[in-house]
Design a protein around this ligand. Structure first.
Ligand code: MF3
Ligand code: CO
Ligand code: CO
Length: 264
């Protein structure tokens, strides 16, 4: 059954801080992400920053046994890639870095971005279209809008661009829990009772995963790494959002990020 938490003003302030912290991790690491760095080093830098500078906890670490503090998903890895000291980035790679912090107050901020290493025309187009999918859906967020409207905005843009939408993973409510209700699908697949109308005070993520090939995924024998079955390239972008009386607040907005599309 559908039980979507509505945050109190006090909780909203804590969610703002959690979102700001997650964004700050991505801002901090960005200058280090280049050909030659290992995903293990990215993980350590993010871990140490979250713990030592922010005074918070990396929520993925030990989450259902996840062994590291961030997820690093390269090329055909869809999500939940495990950082590894033997895995160096190289020219032509694309990588998703997914950061979730839990503040000392106990609230979560969850966001991910794509990095393009060197030049890759196909990779750049996939990353751009996937970010456009996220932005088009964010632009629709306000009280009364149904989750299926967000899903259709993502699916129509992805498919019109020749891509497919991953169905095996979804966005989620977020707050004191890492993953709360509702489930946020990125394709038009809602059961009627799950297609809820947004209300002010809801917090949730949108995190579309978009593939160059078909939408199917499989999980590797490490129990975590999700890859495209056809080994085609996959991209993802994620923000944590608050539904306001008049629209949306992007709680994980980065300093360099152009969100002027929200003003229209
Ligand atoms: N941050 C991911 C999300 O967007 C979840 C990662 S769970 C982990 O929901 F265990 F893989 F880290
Ligand atoms: Co998430
Ligand atoms: Co995430």
């Amino acid at each position: 059954s559908m039980n979507v938490p509505i945050k109190t003003p006090d909780e909203i302030e804590k969610m703002r801080e959690a979102g700001r912290q997650a964004a700050s991790v991505l801002e901090m690491i960005t200058p280090f992400v280049a050909a030659g760095i290992t995903t293990g080093e990215i993980d350590r830098r993010c871990h140490d920053y979250i713990v030592d500078v922010l005074g918070s906890t990396p929520a993925p670490l030990d989450y259902h046994g996840f062994p590291k503090s961030v997820c690093t998903s390269i090329n055909h890895v869809v999500c939940h890639g495990i950082p590894d000291d033997g895995k160096a980035l190289k020219k032509g790679d694309i990588m998703n870095l997914d950061v979730t912090v839990r503040t000392a107050d106990g609230y979560h901020g969850d966001s991910s971005v794509m990095f393009v290493i060197g030049e890759t025309i196909q990779g750049e187009r996939l990353c751009r279209v996937t970010q456009e999918c996220l932005y088009r859906s964010i632009a629709l967020v306000r009280p009364g809008v149904h989750l299926s409207e967000l899903a259709r905005a993502i699916q129509s843009h992805a498919e019109a661009s020749g891509y497919s939408v991953v169905r095996d993973f979804c966005g989620h409510g977020i707050g004191a829990g890492f993953h709360e209700e509702p489930q946020v699908l990125h394709y038009d697949g809602y059961a009627p009772e799950a297609d809820i109308a947004l209300e002010a005070g809801m917090c949730f993520t949108i995190e579309p995963m978009i593939n160059v090939g078909d939408s199917r995924t499989k999980v590797l024998r490490d129990g975590w790494t999700a890859v495209t079955k056809d080994r085609s390239l996959s991209a993802q972008w994620e923000h944590t959002l608050l539904v306001t009386e008049t629209g949306v607040e992007v709680l994980t907005a980065r300093r360099d990020e152009d969100l002027s599309f929200l003003e229209r």
